[in-house]
Design a protein around this ligand. Sequence first.
Ligand code: SF4
Length: 344
Amino acid sequence: MAPNGTLPLFVDLRTAPTTRDIASMVKRGGGAVALTEAERRADEASYQDVACRSALNAVRGMPFNWTLNPYRGCTHGCHYCFARRYHTQFELNAGDDFASVILVKRNVVDVLRRELDRPTWTRELVAVGTATDPYQPIEGLYRLTRGCLLALAAGRTPIGLVTKGPMIVRDRDAILDVARAAAATVYMSVPTVDENAWRTLEPGTAHPMQRLRAVRELVDAGIHAGVLMAPVVPGFSSSRAKLERTIKAIADHGARFVGCNVMHLQGGTRSHFMDFLAREFPAMHPRFERLYKSKYPPSEYRKQIQGMVRALQNRYGMTRREDGAARVETLVVKEEAEQVGFAW
Ligand code: SF4
C-alpha cells in the first residue's frame, strides 16, 4: 500500500500466492501468523492478496450452478455465518480468522472477463456473495465487486447478489447494466431490525435500517431488490413481535419480496456459535444444544416460524407487491429427519 493509503500502481500478480499456496503456508507456519505479507489495516483485519486461477466456481445441489466471491473471509463477522466453515479450506479457523484474515482476489475481474468470453460460457445465472459479503468495507478500496458486475454486464450474464452492505448503492449503475443486459436480483440480508439481536449477532455490519434504506434506493433506481430474513435465530430474533417489526419495516421500505429461513449450524460454524453462546450467554447454551441436535432445528419448530412469517407477509402486503401477483421468495430449508417437541 502506498503511504497515502491509495492502492499501489502496480501489483505483480505473478508473485501473488494462490489460495492453495495460502493453505500450505498457514499449515506449515502454524496459523495465520505465517501470512507475513498480509496487510494489517485500521479495522484490525489482515488482508492477503491472492491470485485466483478461476473466478466462477461451479456448485451442485443449489438453485444455481455458479458462484462468484471476490473475497474470502468477512469482517462483518456474523456469529451464525454458515460460510465460517469454508475458511478451514485455507487452514484458517472458522472463528477469529474468518472475520480478521481476508483473502483478496486481486485478479478476479480479469480472470472473470476471460471466463465470460469463452465460447462455451452459456450465460447461466451467477450467484454473487455466497461465501462472503461482496460489499464488506474493503470493497470501498478495491472495487473488485464493481469490476465483476461490469464484466458480467458485458458478458450478458444474469446475477443474484446477496449482501448486508449498504455500499451496494454505489453500484446502482453497474447493477442496472447487468439487468438491462441479462437480469439482476439483489437480496439484502436483514435477519431482524431488533437492535439487541443485531448488535449481538452481527457485530461488523451496518445498522439494519441503513440496509433497508439501501433497499429503498435500489428499488427507486429500478432494481429488483428484496430482503432475506436469513437467518432467524431462535431466542434472539424469533419472537412474533420481532418478526412483525422486521416484516413491517421491510414492507415500509418498498422491498419487492421477502424470504426467510431459520439458522442452521454445521461444522466450524456450529463450534464457533456454541463457543460464543457458552461465553456470552451461558444460560442459553443448553437450550441450543437441545434444539440443534442436528444441523437444523426440528421441522416442527421451523414450520412454526415459517407459518408466522407467512401470516405477517400477508398482513403487510408482501405477497401482492409485484404486479398484483403473488410474489414471495421464501428460501426452502431442506427437510431433515423429523424431531418434534421443542418450542422456544
Ligand atoms: S455478512 Fe454474510 S458473509 Fe459476512 S459474516 Fe455476515 S453472514 Fe457471513
